[in-house]
Design a protein around this ligand. Structure first.
Ligand code: COA
Length: 499
């Protein structure tokens, strides 16, 4: 069985237990780990590292990944106090707590920046690349599992490589990856990718076998997160979005099969993309980061002909079926390094329709996707900025209210800025669609309040707007500086934004 997966003769004597492999990690090391939105991350070695932390050892590791990883890495290392620094994205409860209480230093980064930073040494030296694989080729080449993220760059730059061969991940994943690594400036060339389904690289991560110091055999499955059932509110958002896209086709601003779709993470994004299953659109393509349940549904229904991403993140309920029947998707799915999936050059060239989720949006079209009430880190910006800024159309979806109506997601001023008014083209809530393209700030405010705000907050928003006009009518973006964040303060003081 393992012969199938470990095909390089000289590496066979480097198979060891996770505990042994964990001994390569020393205090303050910088580790590049595979994994992207709980898929394809290493599991056994991080658990062994956590054990060292639990026994009182102060390891203080810096962990860089593609994006979020499962509990065996972020959760276990956070609980054991092993994680000192974390880049560039996470969704784990324990690491989130550590980030918010300051015990873990976290810099929330655009995902497309990370590979360049690694290659350029902005994070310092990468001591160890720890990557999950389905197999290692005869020449040492690593065949990743359900994600690529930054694995190729970590393997290229790290002093040592440790591979977890995961036997629960199907060998049929071999051939689904396309590894291409642009050179650093000033030698960088155009990325030769003009269609979502083009291959431009190798189907394995090139690696000198001498760099591989340990191989650990594991069978722990990806711990993906369940997605919330699609509720009526999400269905309503999907309906508005589809109607908007249909109108764009009617006006000949989009082709009939649209342009490649990118969809963000989370339950709302999954539900909104899922809504396309019931639409009249055909021959759609996906060029995104995460290929999640709704993308599989679109592939199953034949609505989507091809999906390119950097991770296959399938909910726990359908993971076994997905592993067993992966062959049916194989010719219609491609995984790329995040340096390519999230690359601004490619996103602009392909003309992506980007659909991401906001926590809150302000009346002028600025978006907060990361910090609750301006302060508490939720997940991170992920790839939403890579896509939003460079998309043909950048759309944000959010429910118009949160916390049972005590929070309006449309606010006078966002309490944290991730996506500015310059990058946000369209807002969709269950109330309707605000098309902000070409509108001045004052026009945008009316468009957003009229079409996207919840009826319970409309009057309050208009009151704020009118009050701001009184103070600074002759200004471009009127704000009452003393009141602009008063809604957040009111929620923090009294538990509601309502008057
Ligand atoms: N004020 C306060 N809290 C709010 C809020 C608001 N305006 N809007 C949402 N929330 C809270 C919800 O109540 C929920 O809290 P809970 O976990 O305590 O229940 C939480 O935020 C998540 O909201 P939910 O409605 O379940 O959204 P989601 O699962 O669709 O996630 C984001 C939404 C924005 C957090 C998520 O999409 C994200 O992290 N985005 C940034 C990264 C990204 O876009 N990546 C895309 C490319 S990978």
């Amino acid at each position: 069985m393992i012969e199938n997966r470990l095909r390089c003769e000289i590496l066979k004597d480097r198979i060891m237990e996770a505990k042994e492999a964990a001994k390569f990690f020393k205090k303050d090391m910088v580790v590049g780990a595979s994994g992207f939105t709980p898929a394809g991350y290493p599991k056994s070695v991080p658990l062994a590292l956590a054990e060292r932390g639990e026994k009182g050892e102060d390891l203080g590791l810096t962990i860089i990944t593609g994006a979020s990883v499962g509990d065996e890495l972020d959760g276990a290392l956070s609980r054991a106090g092993v994680l000192k620094r974390r880049y560039p994205y996470q969704t784990n409860k324990n690491s989130r707590n550590g980030i918010n209480d300051g015990s873990i230093q976290y810099a929330d980064m655009h995902l497309s920046h990370v590979p360049q930073w690694v290659k350029s040494g902005f994070f310092g030296n990468i001591d160890i690349a720890l990557v999950e694989a389905v197999a290692i080729r005869e020449d040492g080449g690593i065949i990743p599992s359900t994600s690529i993220g930054n694995s190729n760059v970590f393997v290229e730059k790290a002093d040592k490589v440790i591979v977890e061969i995961n036997t629960s991940q199907p060998l049929s994943l071999e051939g689904v990856h396309d590894i291409y690594s642009p050179e650093n400036p000033p030698n960088r060339k155009p990325i030769p990718l003009t269609k979502t389904n083009e291959r431009i690289g190798t189907d394995y991560i090139p690696c000198d076998p001498d760099k591989i110091v340990a191989i650990v055999i594991s069978d722990i499955k990806d711990k993906t997160r369940p997605v919330a059932p699609i509720d009526d509110i999400s269905k309503q958002m999907a309906k508005h979005l589809i109607k908007f896209l249909e109108k764009e086709v009617e006006k000949e601003r989009l082709p009939e099969n649209l342009l490649p779709l990118q969809s963000g993470v989370g339950s709302v994004a999954n539900a909104v993309l899922g809504g396309l299953v019931d639409s009249n659109f055909e021959n759609l393509t996906i060029y995104s980061e995460v290929i999640q349940d709704s993308a599989l549904d679109l592939l199953d229904s034949g609505k989507v002909t091809f999906a390119s991403g950097t991770s296959l993140t399938v909910s726990p309920e359908r993971l076994d079926d997905f592993y067993e029947n992966f062959d049916k998707y194989k010719d219609r799915v491609l995984l790329r390094p995040q340096e390519i999936s999230n690359n601004p050059e490619v996103i602009r060239r392909l003309g992506i329709i980007a659909m991401n989720t906001a926590i809150e949006v302000d009346i002028y079209g600025n978006v907060n996707s990361t910090n609750i009430m301006g302060s508490k880190m939720m997940n991170g910006i992920g790839g939403s900025g890579d896509f939003t800024r460079n998309a043909y159309l950048s759309i944000f979806t959010t429910q118009s209210i949160a916390k049972n109506g005590d929070v309006s997601s449309i606010v006078p001023m966002v309490s944290h800025h991730d996506h500015t008014e310059h990058d946000v083209h369209v807002i969709v809530t269950e109330q309707g669609v605000a098309d902000l393209r070409g509108l001045s700030p004052k026009e945008r405010a009316i468009e957003i309040i009229d079409n996207c705000a919840h009826p319970e907050y409309k009057e309050q928003l208009l009151e704020y707007l009118n009050g701001s006009y009184e103070i600074c009518a002759s200004k471009h973006t009127p704000h009452s500086i003393d009141k602009s964040l008063s809604w957040h303060k009111k929620f923090l003081d009294s538990g509601t934004m309502k008057k």
